[in-house]
Design a protein around this ligand. Structure first.
Ligand SMILES: [Cu+2]
Length: 200
């Protein structure tokens, strides 16, 4: 971090660095409306040299939100951040023993406008959806898709199966002009998801 040439001042410089980091953290938190810094969960694999990110997304990862979750996250309590120009591969699986699920990249919806069912006509990035999006894939099945993060913008990862998005089966996806690398932002107070990642 700091290159230190005056050892006697190391403590003071260290304190200054801590204060600076704290202030930067506060600034970031303020800018992102209370959200925390992105993290790199186990389900995100980053290939920086090739600007490629792979996401393992499991529907019904745990019992959060009555199993209507992606990797345990729901109701927008996690944000997948992908830098502009990166390519993304989504590997999708259904861990729910009862209900079919899907994953589509859609535009954001106001709560009142959340679609009851979402087919491929709701997709915001070409081909960015799993098969039979309005019906979903059955328990134990897998599918996937790739897309390129083009223009900066806000999107949803949303389940198109009947009633699921309206019941909270969606999270945020942000194509960012500012982020240097992909990451996931978990909202403060989120129910722990995959990795148990949650922020106080
Ligand atoms: Cu679903």
């Amino acid at each position: 971090m700091l290159s230190e040439t005056f050892p006697a001042r190391r403590v003071a410089r260290g304190m200054a660095a801590i204060v600076a980091m704290a202030m930067a953290a506060i600034a970031v938190a303020g800018a992102a409306a209370g959200e925390t810094q992105p993290e790199k969960p186990s389900w995100m694999t980053i290939d920086a040299a090739n600007k490629k990110v792979t996401l393992d997304v499991m529907a019904g990862w745990n019992s959060n939100n009555g199993v209507l979750n992606f990797n345990g996250y729901y109701d927008g309590d996690a944000t997948v951040v992908i830098p502009v120009g990166w390519s993304a591969e989504v590997k999708f699986g259904n861990n729910d023993g009862y209900l079919p699920h899907s994953l589509l990249v859609t535009k954001p919806f106001a709560k009142a406008d959340m679609p009851e069912t979402a087919g491929s006509n709701k997709v915001a990035i070409p081909r960015a959806y799993t098969r039979s999006p309005a019906a979903g894939i059955a328990a134990g099945e897998t599918d996937g898709f790739r897309f390129t993060a083009g223009a900066p913008g806000e999107y949803y990862f949303l389940c198109g199966a009947p009633g699921h998005a309206q019941s909270g089966m969606w999270i945020h996806m942000s194509v960012s002009a500012d982020a240097a690398e992909p990451g996931v932002i978990v909202a403060p107070g989120a129910t722990p998801g995959r990795d148990g990642a949650s922020k106080p």
